[in-house]
Structures are given as structure tokens and as C-alpha cells.
Write a protein that binds this ligand. Structure first.
Ligand code: PEP
Ligand code: MN
Length: 359
């Protein structure tokens, strides 16, 4: 079901905001009060915090839901929390929570997800499913599917970035291709971006949020704390309510459709792109034909398909050329890594061929 029909107020786009964690009644009420005039769709707050390592603030538990009762009653805001177990859901039903989300550490566990889906059967609870920590699309899709099969129709996905083994600008690099692929495989699924966990720092929040809207995400869920420096969790990425209001105002949602004139011009350019792509594919075919000739020689000399020095030379040279052409090095590196893998596969096929059959 499209987000606009979920029953939440939606202004220019769906907007969830609130603290990473509910810490005390004052902090929740002060933050919520400051957000009440910001046209948000729902007020978020973590009640049970799934920490990667023990010994950190793990949330205040059910007591926090009574503070959210006040947010609902006194300020008229819808409220959303993260749930990981059927017991959490029981508490949410008791307190008439309006929306729940499944966290990145719960989504990859099919037992936990199924238990939540079973507990929600027969309700019409809106559920947002965060991507798993690692980019495993099957697990993300699987979780969406489990809630769908339980009969829930207000089911959406939250993109919160993925863990990376490399030092990165982002806390959890976005790797946008995965939410794009999720939407390709599950057309129409409401897609929300969580810039806070992707960015990990305030300075990147705006660019991540705008990029999500550029990619036609339906909304944003962002961490807002009345006093971010004092936050008990995710202090560096939470923003003040006034910075949030400014950020929300500065964001520009994009449309998929365009006017007739723009559409006509786009179509012409798309024809150019189609032609260029055909050329690219033919070039790739030619490149693989040369690779196969090389494979015959390597086979005769009992030489390995993979040649580390040659690969090093290709990477260095192609990245230098990419730079000169104004192409991003990560794009060109990924591209040649894929081509190289395919080339090795083609060579190994040649190695396996039975030569005697041709004699
Ligand atoms: C959160 O939204 O506060 C949270 C814990 O997020 P994630 O599951 O994405 O780490
Ligand atoms: Mn957080």
C-alpha cells in the first residue's frame, strides 16, 4: 500500500523524526514539543536499543512508552518504535504505538522476523523493515515477504546503510544500488532513508537525505535530540530540532514524471544511451574474444588464468585514465573487477575444453 494511504500526515514527503533513544520523560517531551510544529509524519524513539557490544545504554524499556503516550495525547503526534520480539509488540499494542520498525540487527534473523510477523497477524500495524547490516538483499526481501504473508499491507523498507570493512566517510556507507534493486524486485514498496545511521555525523545528513529524494525515496527517518551532545546513544549523528526544521525545509523531493517537452528530449537522449550501450556490449564481446585467444596460449604454456602483475597494471592504468576522464575511481574499479572476473571465467572454460575433440 502506498505510504500516502497509511493514515499518517504526509507533507512534501513522509518524515519520521525523534531521538535515537528515549532517555527520560523531559528529553522525550522537549524534543517532541520542538517537533510538533514541523509537520512530521511520526515521532520516533528507541525504547529497546540493540547494541552491537554489551555495556552501552540499552534503552529504558516499557517505561519509555508511557512518555510516548503523552506525546500522542498532548501533542497529537503519531509515534513509532523499534521492535525485536513479540514481547516488545505486546507492549506496543498496550500503548497504542502507531508504527513499528525492525532494526538492522533483527532483519537478518528469520526466526526473529517470523515471530514478529506471527505476532502481528490480524492487525493492520504499519511496519518498516531496515536493511540487514550487510548487503544481503535476499534477507531484506525475505523479511518484507514474511510480513506480507502474515497479511500486513502497510509494509515498507528503511535504507540505513551497510557495514564496511574499509575506512569510509560514512558510518554505514549507503551503497544505493541495493535499495534500488529492492525496489526493482518489489515495485511500489515504500522506501524510507535513514540518513542518521548512514552518515554517522551531522555534516553529511543533508546530502544523504537529498540524495535519497533524488533517487525517488518516499521519505526520511532522522534522529533528532533536544541536546545531541548529551545523548546516551549516537550522539554524533543526532541533530537539534531547529537544525532539523531547516534541513527538512531545504530538501527538495523529485518527481518521476516530467512535462511533455522534457519527456521528448529525454527520449531522444535515451536513444543515444541505448546506442552507446549496444556499442559497449559489442566491445565487451570483442574483449572476451581476445581473452579466449590468450586462454589458448596460456593453456599451451600451462600458465595460470589469473596474472597478479598484469591485474595490478590494469588497475593502475585504468584508474589513471578514469581520473583523466573525470570518472569516479570506485565506479571504474568495480567495472574492471567485474570484467576481470568474467575474463577469468571465460579462460577457465577454455582450459576445461577437451582439445582432443577438435583433432
Ligand atoms: C535506530 O534507528 O536507532 C537503530 C538502532 O538503527 P539500526 O537498526 O539501523 O542500527
Ligand atoms: Mn541510533
Amino acid at each position: 500500500m502506498p505510504l500516502k494511504d497509511w493514515g499518517f500526515p504526509v507533507g512534501r514527503f513522509f518524515l519520521g523524526a525523534g531521538p535515537c533513544s528515549a532517555e527520560n520523560e523531559q528529553q522525550v517531551m522537549d524534543t517532541a514539543r520542538a517537533l510538533a510544529c514541523a509537520e512530521i509524519s511520526f515521532f520516533r524513539a528507541g525504547i529497546w536499543k540493540p547494541r552491537t557490544r554489551p555495556g552501552h545504554f540499552e534503552g529504558v524499556g516499557e517505561m519509555g512508552l508511557s512518555w510516548l503516550d503523552r506525546v500522542k495525547k498532548e501533542l497529537g503526534l503519531a509515534v513509532g518504535v523499534e521492535v525485536a520480539t513479540p514481547e516488545h509488540l505486546e507492549c506496543c499494542f498496550r500503548h497504542e504505538v502507531d508504527l513499528v520498525w525492525v532494526g538492522a540487527r533483527t532483519t537478518p534473523n528469520p526466526f526473529a522476523v517470523q515471530a514478529l510477523a506471527d505476532a502481528l497477524k490480524g492487525t493492520n500495524m504499519p511496519v518498516l523493515i531496515k536493511n540487514p547490516m550487510s548487503p544481503d538483499l535476499e534477507l531484506w526481501m525475505g523479511a518484507v515477504e514474511r510480513f506480507h504473508r502474515a497479511g500486513l499491507r502497510k509494509v515498507g523498507a528503511i535504507h540505513r546503510g551497510f557495514t564496511s570493512s574499509e575506512p569510509e566517510e560514512y558510518r554505514f556507507p549507503p551503497q544505493w544500488k541495493w535499495p534500488i534493486e529492492l525496489r526493482r524486485q518489489w515495485p511500489g514498496i515504500p522506501l524510507i532513508c535513514d540518513p542518521s545511521h548512514i552518515a554517522g555525523k551531522r555534516s553529511l545528513l543533508c546530502s544523504v537525505a537529498q540524495k535519497a529524494l533524488d533517487l525517488l525515496f518516499d521519505g526520511i527517518m532522522i534522529e533528532v535530540h533536544v541536546s545531541p551532545e548529551d545523548a546516551l546513544s549516537d550522539s554524533g549523528q543526532q541533530m537539534t530540532p531547529s537544525d532539523f526544521v531547516e534541513l527538512a525545509r531545504s530538501l527538495t523531493p523529485k518527481r518521476e514524471e516530467s512535462t511533455e517537452i522534457i519527456q521528448r528530449q529525454l527520449n531522444e537522449l535515451r536513444e543515444d544511451i541505448d546506442g552507446l550501450d549496444r556499442k559497449l556490449l559489442r566491445l565487451l564481446e570483442k574483449r572476451m574474444a581476445v581473452v579466449k585467444q590468450m586462454a589458448q596460449l596460456k593453456k599451451r604454456g600451462n600458465v595460470s588464468a589469473f596474472q597478479p602483475h598484469r591485474w595490478e597494471e590494469i588497475v593502475e592504468n585504468r584508474l589513471a585514465e578514469a581520473k583523466a576522464l573525470g570518472l569516479s575511481s570506485h565506479c571504474v574499479f568495480d567495472l574492471f573487477q567485474t570484467i576481470h572476473e568474467e575474463a577469468i571465467e571465460h579462460q577457465e572454460k577454455v582450459f576445461m575444453e577437451d582439445d582432443s575433440a577438435q583433432d
